[in-house]
Design a protein around this ligand. Structure first.
Ligand code: SAM
Length: 426
C-alpha cells in the first residue's frame, strides 16, 4: 500500500511538470490529471500544484542557497513543492520531508536522489522560516515582467506581484442585485461595486442560494465590465464571446433580450447550465463571431480572447506555461473582433470592449487603433465611472484600467481593461 498523501503529491508534481516542461495550462490538464483520485485528494493535488507554482520564484531563490547546480526537473519540483508546503501551507515538517522523499523514491528515474532530497530539506528546516520570509515576493518571469515595467513602472509591478502572491478571494454576483441580502446569507462582504466577497475558501455549491441560482461566481472586475454595458429591459444585447457566461447572466438578469455567442460548443454548454441554474434566459449560438451574421443590436459586449494576464492571482501557472510568443495572434484577432462588433451594432448603439489582460496592447492600444479605423466611434469615459471605481483608474483614452493590486485592502481584483464605444446615430 502506498503512503497516505502520496497520490495527491504525485499528481501535483505531474501537474507542475506539465506546466513547466510541456508548457500546458493547469486548466487544460484538470480535471483529467486528477480523475483517478478521491474528491478530497483531487482538491489537495490542485491546491499543491497551484501553490507551488505561485511561490516558484521564491522557492528557487531559497533553493539556490542549498543547490550547487539545478537538479533534474522532477527532483527540483519535489523540492519546490516541499518548500511551499513547509513555509506557505503550514504542513508538518516531518510529513513534508517524508512526502517529498517518498515521491522521489516512487519514480525509477529519481529514486537514487531520495537521500539528496532528504539532505536538502533537512538544511532548509535547519535555517527555519526566517530565511524564507526574508526573500522577496515572487517575481513574474522576465518575458512578462519587462513589458509590464515598461508600461506601469517598477513599483506598480511590484504591487501587482504582491497581489499575485496573495491569491484571490471568491466574488459572487447577486442575480437580483441585492448585494446586502446575499452578503448576509453567505457571510460575505458587500463590495461598493455590487459584488459579494468571501475571503474563506468554500465549496460554492454548498453556499445558501446556490441551487436557487441566487448568484454566480464572477470576479468583481469582470462584473464591472458587465455593468459598463448598462443593459436595459427589452434591449437587444449581443454577448459576442460569451462563455462561460458571467456577463450573459448579468444582462439576462436585467430583462434584456440576450444573444450569447461563442465559438466553443463545450464552453457554451456551461453558459446554458449557468442560465438554467439561475432561471434566466438567453438565445445561445455556437459560431465564429468573425463570420456570424445577425442584429443589428442595441448593445454588444466583446469580452475578447486574450492573454488572461489579469487573472494570474487565480492562475499562477500562466506565466510559467506561456512565453508571450502567441500573443500577437490574439492582438490581431481582437482587432478583427472589434470590427465585427462595430458591424453588428445599430446606429446610436454601444459596444463594451474588455479583456482580462494587463497588457496595454490588449487594452489602451486596441482602443487607439479602433478609433483610427473607425473615426466615427466615440469612447465614453462616463460609462466606466462605476460605483467603486477610482476616477484615476480611467485613462486618457477613456478606458478603465483595473489592476490586481487595486482594492488591495479588501483582497484585490482581476486585472481588466474596459472601454465603452458609442456608435454614431445614422
Ligand atoms: C474571455 S472569454 C469570455 C468570458 C465571458 N464573457 C464571461 O464573462 O464569462 C473569451 C471567449 O471567447 C471565445 N472565442 C474565441 N474566439 C472566438 C471567436 N472567433 N468567435 C466567438 N467566440 C470566440 C472563447 O471560446 C472564450 O469562451
Amino acid at each position: 500500500m502506498s503512503k497516505p498523501g502520496l497520490a495527491p503529491r504525485r499528481a501535483a508534481l505531474a501537474l507542475m511538470e506539465g506546466v513547466l516542461e510541456e508548457r500546458r495550462l493547469l486548466s487544460e490538464m484538470l480535471p483529467g490529471a486528477v480523475a483517478h483520485l478521491a474528491p478530497d485528494e483531487r482538491a489537495r493535488a490542485q491546491r499543491l500544484a497551484t501553490g507551488a507554482l505561485r511561490w516558484l520564484d521564491r522557492a528557487d531563490r531559497s533553493l539556490g542557497r542549498y543547490l550547487k547546480r539545478r537538479p533534474d526537473l522532477a527532483v527540483h519540483n519535489a523540492l519546490r513543492l516541499a518548500l511551499f508546503e513547509l513555509w506557505v501551507d503550514g504542513a508538518k515538517p516531518h510529513a513534508v520531508v517524508d512526502g517529498a522523499v517518498a515521491a522521489v523514491s516512487a519514480r525509477k528515474e529519481t529514486a537514487r536522489q531520495a537521500g539528496f532530497v532528504n539532505a536538502v530539506l533537512r538544511n532548509v528546516l535547519r535555517d527555519g522560516p526566517e530565511a524564507w520570509e526574508a526573500l522577496p515576493v515572487p517575481q513574474l518571469p522576465k518575458w512578462l515582467r519587462k513589458p509590464l515595467i515598461a508600461d506601469y513602472g517598477k513599483p506598480a509591478v511590484a504591487a501587482m506581484e504582491a497581489a499575485h502572491a496573495a491569491g484571490a478571494p471568491l466574488d459572487l454576483t447577486p442575480r437580483d442585485g441585492d448585494v446586502a441580502a446575499l452578503a448576509q446569507a453567505t457571510g460575505g462582504e458587500a463590495l461598493p461595486s455590487g459584488s459579494v466577497r468571501l475571503s474563506r475558501t468554500t465549496q460554492v455549491s454548498r453556499l445558501p442560494g446556490y441551487d436557487d441560482g441566487a448568484f454566480w461566481v464572477q470576479d468583481a472586475a469582470a462584473a464591472l465590465a458587465g455593468q459598463a454595458l448598462a443593459a436595459g429591459r427589452g434591449e437587444r444585447v449581443l454577448d459576442l464571446c460569451a462563455a462561460p457566461g458571467g456577463k450573459t447572466l448579468q444582462f439576462a438578469a436585467t430583462g434584456a433580450a440576450v444573444t450569447a455567442l461563442d465559438i466553443s460548443e463545450g464552453r457554451m454548454t456551461r453558459v446554458s447550465e449557468n442560465l438554467a441554474r439561475c432561471g434566466l434566459e438567453a438565445e445561445t449560438v455556437v459560431a465564429d463571431a468573425l463570420d456570424w451574421e445577425g442584429g443589428p443590436f442595441d448593445a454588444v459586449l466583446l469580452d475578447a480572447p486574450c492573454s488572461a494576464t489579469g487573472t494570474i492571482r487565480r492562475h499562477p501557472d500562466l506565466p510559467h506555461a506561456k512565453d508571450g510568443t502567441d500573443f500577437p495572434d490574439l492582438f490581431a484577432l481582437q482587432e478583427r473582433l472589434i470590427d465585427r462588433a462595430v458591424a453588428l451594432t445599430r446606429p446610436g448603439g454601444r459596444i463594451v470592449y474588455c479583456t482580462c489582460s494587463l497588457l496595454i496592447d490588449e487594452g489602451e492600444e486596441q482602443v487607439r487603433d479602433a478609433l483610427a479605423r473607425h473615426p466615427d466611434l466615440r469612447v465614453d469615459p462616463e460609462a466606466v465611472a462605476l460605483p467603486g471605481v477610482d476616477p484615476s483608474w480611467i485613462g486618457d483614452e477613456g478606458g478603465l484600467r483595473l489592476r490586481p493590486d487595486y482594492w488591495g485592502e479588501t483582497g484585490g481584483m482581476d486585472g481588466f481593461f474596459i472601454a465603452v464605444f458609442r456608435v454614431p446615430k445614422a
